[in-house]
Ligand binder design. Structure first.
Ligand code: SAM
Ligand code: SF4
Ligand code: SF4
Length: 334
């Protein structure tokens, strides 16, 4: 089944946030000034249960969703995540993936792979401990994330995607070392433009490094050429090294918005459906779930919302969107 929004975009991808908690405090996502010791995270009773998540996932699959990504916060902090993975892996013809900061992957890659996870994306913003610390505002050794990446590779979750958010003022010098490290490996490194998500990350346009600038920088060191997209709506622009040593990607959500091909919905940890990363009001699916709604009722709620969808924030970014309220990234999972 395919449902289309007002701009003829089908619903194909769903990101499910399984927790709003994280062990990192990345300045661009959960700055300590806001997510400090007294920040109130969701109590357990407000999180969707695994049964509730799996039931919704099945309904989304029936509405045309082909890919589900588990995210957060840090999804691996959700207890027994492998149990959820096993439940979702049972849904036919579903591409199931996970985005993680990699901090726990060394131990968790095997159980997650055994539960049916096939792919994983790891965020890693620098190979240098000091710069990494400036990005995530905790003292966490890069070596442990690299061990997690190796663990995921050994568990068969290859090729991995490695995501790096670039802030001109913090980790621009980490770009070439990261490219060098993953060149020639099976993993695909992707650089993400720093986005103005939420209202707390102190975003400034001059801190965004345009994907075009990064491609030129890397290409000057190792010549690269564009590669075809895998499928329409793929957010990363793919490039390959001309010497055959693999590929890299760029996610240029600021300088080259891709709303026209955006087929993605997001489910927050407390069961609200967001139709855009920059959405403000989520549609509450938890209340109907907990008050006995039938599958048909829930499906109608989701499809009515999608059919009315008109969002294209990134294309409008700038004057038209200034000052609008927004949801935080850590809440709906990037
Ligand atoms: N904790 C996990 C992680 O870091 O991979 C999953 C959740 S995190 C919100 C998902 C992705 O969003 C990460 O790759 C992160 O780098 C990215 N992200 C968070 N804030 C961002 C921002 N302001 N601009 C661009 N990407 C951002
Ligand atoms: Fe945590 Fe991921 Fe946000 Fe960093 S980007 S604070 S690791 S949720
Ligand atoms: Fe999709 Fe909204 Fe991002 Fe545009 S701004 S690509 S509609 S999530």
């Amino acid at each position: 089944m395919t449902i289309l929004d007002t701009r003829n975009r089908p619903l194909r991808d769903l990101r499910i946030s399984v927790t709003d908690r994280c062990n990192f405090r990345c300045s661009y996502c959960m700055p300590k000034s806001v997510f400090g010791a007294d920040h109130a995270f969701l109590p357990k009773t407000e999180l969707l249960t695994f049964e509730e998540i799996a039931r919704l996932a099945g309904l989304f699959r029936a509405l045309g969703v082909e890919k589900i990504r588990l995210t957060g916060g840090e999804p691996t902090l959700r207890k027994d995540l492998d149990v959820l993975v096993r439940m979702l892996a049972g849904i036919p013809d579903l591409d199931l993936t996970l985005t993680t900061n990699g901090s726990t992957l060394d131990a968790l890659a095997r159980p997650l792979a055994a539960a049916g996870l096939r792919r994983v994306t790891v965020s890693l913003d620098s190979l240098d401990d000091a710069v990494f610390g400036k990005m995530n505002d905790v003292s966490f050794p890069v070596a442990r994330v690299l061990a997690g990446i190796d663990g995921a590779g050994a568990a068969g979750l290859t090729p991995l995607k490695i995501n790096c958010v670039v802030r001109r003022s913090v980790n621009l010098d980490s770009v070439i070392p990261l490219a060098e490290r993953f060149r020639g490996s099976p993993h695909v490194l992707r650089f993400i433009e720093f986005m103005d998500v939420g209202t707390t990350n102190g975003w400034r346009l001059d801190d965004v490094v345009p994907a075009g600038e990064l491609a030129a920088m890397i290409g000057a060191r190792w010549p690269i050429e564009p590669a075809e997209r895998h499928y329409p709506g793929e957010v990363a622009e793919r490039w390959r090294y001309r010497d055959g040593r693999g590929e890299i990607g760029f996610i240029s959500s600021v300088t080259r918005a891709f709303c026209g091909a955006c087929t993605r919905a997001r489910l927050s940890a407390d069961g609200r459906l967001y139709l855009c990363l920059f959405g403000v009001r989520g549609i509450d699916l938890r209340a109907p779930l907990r008050s006995g709604a039938s599958d048909a009722d829930l499906t109608a709620l989701i499809s009515t919302a999608w059919r009315a969808r008109d969002d294209r924030y990134s294309e409008l970014r700038g004057a038209a969107t200034e000052g609008l309220p927004r949801v935080e990234m850590s809440f709906i999972g990037g």
